[in-house]
Design a protein around this ligand. Structure first.
Ligand code: C5P
Length: 234
């Protein structure tokens, strides 16, 4: 899989999601979609099957974190759903990530891409020190978690586009960076703090950009999607 734009389908129901996707019916390029906890918990595995049947690639963003055996078994279930990419928390340790990878691998040796969340972007230095008792600088913690993910054999991390270059320097250029926090130069930033345009994310070496509201809340979502593709992929 090469560089791509992943649309975050942050919708509360199947109906809303399908109404949105109907706008893309005539598009030649089938958008890669992210299904997060909200939509998955509302609609269950059926929503994944339905969107796969419509020809979309799926990033199932459920951020697993549990004991290695439980994560391994849960990943085997997700793998059978035939998703293309899924994720977990790197803080679950290298053993948990190794278990996940084992569970995810199908009998024929194929598997979805497995991506780690390092520190959530909602966690800042102060909260990490106070609540988690981690005293190192947060960027060092993020890079440490990224290299743990690489050691465990994972394919990449979710990170800010601002960190993508450093992740590639630390873990190699083939280690994938999946980056949310993307905004158009003339668009609304909303609650995202550290943002980049699709064009800047491409320059810095992001492999996938995850874009929600700049597409889903646009007056013309198809035009916004095309703009992301032309800035980031073409
Ligand atoms: O609407 P917006 O473009 O901000 O959506 C970004 C998507 O990426 C959302 O689904 C959000 O949950 C997700 N995300 C993020 N920051 C992270 C991890 C995931 O914005 N660190």
């Amino acid at each position: 899989m090469g560089k791509d734009v992943i649309i975050a389908c942050d919708f509360a129901s199947k109906e809303e999601t399908l109404n949105f996707l109907d706008l893309f019916k005539k598009e030649e390029r089938k958008p890669f979609l992210k299904i997060g906890m909200e939509l998955f918990y509302a609609e269950g595995p059926a929503i994944v099957k339905e969107l796969k049947a419509r020809g979309h690639k799926i990033f199932l963003d459920l951020k697993l974190h549990d004991i290695p055996n439980t994560v391994k078994k849960a990943m085997a279930v997700l793998s059978r759903l035939d998703v293309d990419m899924t994720n977990l928390h790197a803080s679950g340790t290298i053993s948990m990530m190794e278990g996940a990878l084992e569970g995810l691998t199908r009998p024929d040796g194929s598997r979805p891409l497995l991506i780690a969340v390092t520190q959530l972007t909602s966690t800042d230095q102060e909260r990490m020190e106070r609540d988690l008792l981690i005293k190192e600088p947060i960027d060092q913690v993020v890079m440490h978690y990224a290299s743990n993910a690489a050691k465990a054999g994972l394919d990449g991390v979710v990170c800010s586009p601002l960190e993508a270059g450093k992740v590639h320097d630390t873990c190699g250029k083939n280690f994938l960076t999946v980056t949310p926090g993307v905004r158009f130069a003339d668009g609304d930033v909303g609650d995202q703090k550290r943002v980049m345009t699709p064009e800047q994310a491409k320059k810095i070496g992001s492999d996938y950009i995850v874009v929600g509201r700049p597409i889903t809340a646009a007056e013309d979502p198809v035009a916004a999607y095309r703009r992301c593709v032309s800035e980031f992929v073409d």
